[in-house]
Design a protein around this ligand. Sequence first.
Ligand SMILES: [Zn+2]
Length: 146
Amino acid sequence: MSDEALIVEPDALLTSGVCECCGRLSRTLTGYVHAGDATLAAYWLHWTVGHFPDLNANMDIVIGRWGESSTADDRVAVSLGIALVDGRESYRVIDAASRSIAESGLAGAALQRDAVIGTPLAAQVFAAIDAIHLQDKRLPIIMAPE
Ligand SMILES: [Zn+2]
């Protein structure tokens, strides 16, 4: 990846269902991460209203080459669990293969944790997360009690 600054473009706020345990709404924030003129990643942040940080939130990222001439095989899906550690969100790579992003058709592969950790891809993913964290001003919504 170049050193080009990453620009985050917040997109939608979706209601994706209700929590099985309490009936509260499950919601999703979506957005994109751009590097110069190219789109590097799309992301989906999932949480249940009132459940964070008691239950982790999750983020799915589809990262790689986007745009007209690209196909799903140019991209991979990586998933993260988000926990609150010492008052700050902490992101941990989890297995993407078992998540619905694996069935989305947007990525050629949904990666297991072991396929991400310690690779250049991990650095790219965490650079994207840093950018999202700084630039997507909607993120505190996951803490809202209702
Ligand atoms: Zn619940």
